[in-house]
Design a protein around this ligand. Structure first.
Ligand SMILES: Cc1cc2nc3c(=O)[nH]c(=O)nc-3n(C[C@H](O)[C@H](O)[C@H](O)COP(=O)(O)OP(=O)(O)OC[C@H]3O[C@@H](n4cnc5c(N)ncnc54)[C@H](O)[C@@H]3O)c2cc1C
Length: 495
């Protein structure tokens, strides 16, 4: 044990917690610990010089570019709650209502997603009937879901199985796969419905059909507008379904960092990669955490890294079963090409939030987000910022290409799909190697087994996007929950 570890053991009676990873999960965990407890010392270990992890915003020449996530959903409370707690809500903006619609590539042409189509629930059947995205037979098959009897089992199934069974293959191939695939960059034959979109099997179970449940919800909203408005207020509807920071999501990271620095119990080990996390000794509580430089002792540790990196840290032989369980969670790699353009360089009006691309279209891109249409102040007047997604679980081979080849293929697709007539003013490839956890069928059982194993190690906690939700709000919620567990145990045993 290093001198640092010895001294922290002898000079403080505070609860000593290590948070590993300075992404949004780690920041949320550290914030929760320090804002809920005055007698806690939190050391945040971050391998890079920068906080935020996947969240990264850049500005240049009047363009504001999100290189990672660009917004977060508000109907899950984690994100809004954290913003409220740090006084950040004044900086949240909602999407630009002028362009609030999405496109799907349909037989080579960008075509509006039918109005009211929510991932797979058609809120406006008439609009679906008029849409050319599906053949007439495909539209009728989708709407006949109303009459499809429910499955008599609550076992997990894949997105493909559920959607084909209820709505037909064409609905899967041409609408649901691209809309859901854009979120998870996943293979729909493997994606767990229960872990990703649990509300749809719940709708089937409660009403016998997703369409029946959707109509019932719409009727309830109509009959009780005040009640549903109050519900929506509580779930963040005042910010719209998606929100972001006016100055980019890195501002949220900066605000969190400033907030953490106000606490005397906050210690930040920037540029410090943790190499291992091992139990102090047989029969004694506590964890030894080794970095490239030294070893520190802590009462509790929250690891907020991707599951396979968490596994790599837990090198003690007794942790081998947990390590093996963590390694069963697969990850996909992807790249985002962020590019700036003059609007007049496109023959397409680009008047939507973005385009999703069905795998059956056999293109080399997954989706294009029209960033500066989605949110204001992302590009100078007459200009456009695009974020084009490449790779994912369905096209891993594209990640082998070098940056120039990726830029070329993206430009070819933009030319072909949107009539882009000139090279972008700038473009940048941002790679995400094994950054997107794949929630395959059975994921929730795998996570329950992991949680069971972790529960056998007092003081060890896991958080992050690997387990119970891939987006920012779920990552925040996981960090907060780990912090609460530590504080709850600490309160119970009077550390
Ligand atoms: C391309 C892409 C786009 C996305 N878009 C959206 C979106 O628009 N909206 C949304 O809600 N979600 C989005 N997500 C998901 C969201 O970004 C993540 O869920 C969230 O940012 C994960 O945060 P995290 O803190 O768990 O992990 P990370 O952000 O990965 O942070 C982990 C941190 O740990 C550090 N680290 C790694 N190893 C060590 C070590 N040994 N020691 C110390 N530190 C270490 C890393 O440097 C990193 O800073 C997107 C994800 C990707 C990949």
């Amino acid at each position: 044990m290093s001198a640092a570890a010895e001294s922290s053991q002898t000079t403080t009676t505070n609860l000593r917690v290590a948070v590993i990873g300075g992404g949004i999960s780690g920041l949320a965990a550290a914030h929760r610990l320090l804002s809920r407890c005055e007698t806690v010392d939190v050391t945040l270990f971050e391998a890079s010089q920068r906080l935020g992890g996947i969240i990264r915003t850049e500005e240049a020449d009047g363009f504001l570019m999100e290189l990672g996530p660009d917004s977060f959903i508000t109907n899950k409370p984690g994100g809004i709650q954290l913003c409220e707690e740090i006084g950040f809500t004044g900086q949240l903006i909602t999407t630009d209502s002028r362009y609030r619609r999405s496109l799907v590539l349909s037989r080579g042409k960008p075509t509006p997603v039918p109005d009211g189509f929510m991932l797979m629930a058609p809120e406006k059947p008439w609009s679906l009937l008029k849409s050319p995205v599906l053949s007439l037979a495909g539209r009728l098959r989708l709407l006949s879901e109303y009459f499809v009897p429910p499955r008599g089992s609550s076992d997990d199934e894949s997105l493909s199985q559920f959607v084909t069974r209820r709505f037909g293959r064409e609905a899967l191939d041409r609408l649901v796969q691209p809309l859901v695939g854009g979120i998870y960059t996943s293979d729909p034959d493997k994606l767990s419905l229960k872990a990703t979109l649990p509300r749809f099997p719940e709708m089937e179970a409660s009403h016998g059909s997703v369409i029946r449940a959707t109509l019932a919800q719409m009727k309830a909203r109509k009959n009780n507008p005040a009640g549903s408005a109050a519900d929506e207020q509580g779930s963040g509807a005042r910010y719209g379904l998606f929100t972001t920071a006016a100055g980019g999501l890195s501002d949220l990271v900066t605000a969190l960092e400033s907030n953490l620095r106000k606490h005397s119990g906050f210690h930040f080990q920037r540029g410090t990669r943790v190499k291992s996390v091992v139990p102090v000794a047989e029969g004694r509580s506590g964890w030894l955490l080794t970095t490239e430089r030294d070893t520190h002792a802590f009462d509790a540790v929250i690891i907020t890294l991707p599951a396979y990196l968490a596994a790599g840290l837990l090198s003690h032989p007794d942790c081998a079963p947990l390590q093996a369980q963590l390694n069963t969670i697969e990850y996909a790699s992807s790249a985002i090409v962020v590019s700036g353009h003059q609007l007049s360089d496109f023959s397409n009006p680009m008047d939507a939030f973005g385009l999703v691309v069905p795998a059956v279209e056999r293109r080399k891109i997954l989706a294009v987000s029209f960033s500066s249409r989605k949110f204001v102040n992302r590009a100078p007047d007459g200009h456009l910022v695009l974020r084009t997604f490449v790779g994912g679980a369905m096209q891993p081979e594209l990640m082998q290409l070098d940056d120039d080849a990726i830029l070329n293929l993206v430009n070819d697709e933009l030319r072909d799909i949107f009539g882009m007539s000139r090279e972008p003013l700038f473009s940048e490839v941002v790679r995400y190697h094994r950054a997107m956890p794949q929630y395959h069928v059975g994921h929730l059982d795998r996570v329950a087994a992991i949680e069971d194993s972790v529960g056998r190690w007092p003081g060890l906690h896991l958080a992050g996007s690997a387990y119970r939700g891939v987006g920012i709000p779920d990552s925040i919620a996981s960090g907060r929950e780990a912090a609460d567990q530590i504080l709850c145990i600490a309160g119970a045993t009077a550390f």
